[in-house]
Design a protein around this ligand. Sequence first.
Ligand code: AKB
Length: 344
Amino acid sequence: MRKEVVLITGANGEMGHGLISHLAKMENKRIVALDVQPLDQELRACCERYIVGDILDGMLLGRMVVEYEIQTIYHLASILSTKAEYNPETAHRINVEGTLNLLRLAVEQSEWQGRPVKFLYPSSIAAYGIPNLETKNKVGKVKENEWLYPTTMYGCNKLYCEHLGRYYSTHYRQLAVEQRKSTIDFRCIRFPGLISADTLPTGGTSDYAPEMLHHAAQGLPYVCFVRPDTQLPFMAMPDAIKSLLLLEQAPRENLSQLVYNVTSFCPTAQKIHEIVKQSFPAAEITFSPHKSRQAIVDSWPVDIDDSAARNDWNWNPDYSLEKAFTEYLIPAVQKRYRDPEKAS
Ligand code: AKB
């Protein structure tokens, strides 16, 4: 008999950390964690197994089908927006071919199990592309089906993988004589920029917010790569994890769409600077906008409309901007950098 498990790809990334800690506390959840980097020591005990490997490795994924009955996949692995621009074709392979491999794995698993496999996919505000700053400020909050003209490879990859998820859920092998009953139960969240106290993102373009905070907490100077008036939607990591778990648990019949926006607050870079300074008055933060990274952020919306998630699966963030900093981020980063073992 194969063991029933939840598979998490990109497990050692910032969202993987939060998700593993939460899932491990839930009953009957055996986690198989996959990442190209070894899983951080403190998370290993939470997992049935951790595997160092690549989502492009077909043999590795094939062996997983042999060993496990995968009921749910959280496919978190990806190359973020800034990093992807340094090697767009490699990013495409990881972000798109990697996702395709996982979708294939889910189809195969659902055939063995005779039931749909849940596939949770984090997409991003990078799927949007607004042509200029004037339009960005004019349109304000955007809905899931508006302004989908991404300007980054990562954004194109995320948008396309949303479509792949829809294809595999509802149209896969549509010309086959015998229609399959069970395939993939694809559920996707378009996340805003995320801020975590435990990990720093690597290679994103919304990274200026977490970087400002983590530099200040370590007493390091920080040069912010966007203008002070730059505005984006953001969310504290515990709310991001909460939204993924809520969507996973929602009854299928309540879901009116496959892709949902979620958000919490939308501060300017200047506002984040001010909040960070309140707790770390000695913080040295200056602004020196990077032309191309600024252009990417300027193409992302100031705010996103998450009313569908609120209506369909009772989404509601726990953290406002003030609460995120005073009750979660500031105390946790202060503790983290006081305890050098946690900061490494
Ligand atoms: C990035 O900046 O690439 C990510 C994102 C907005 O998805 N944080």
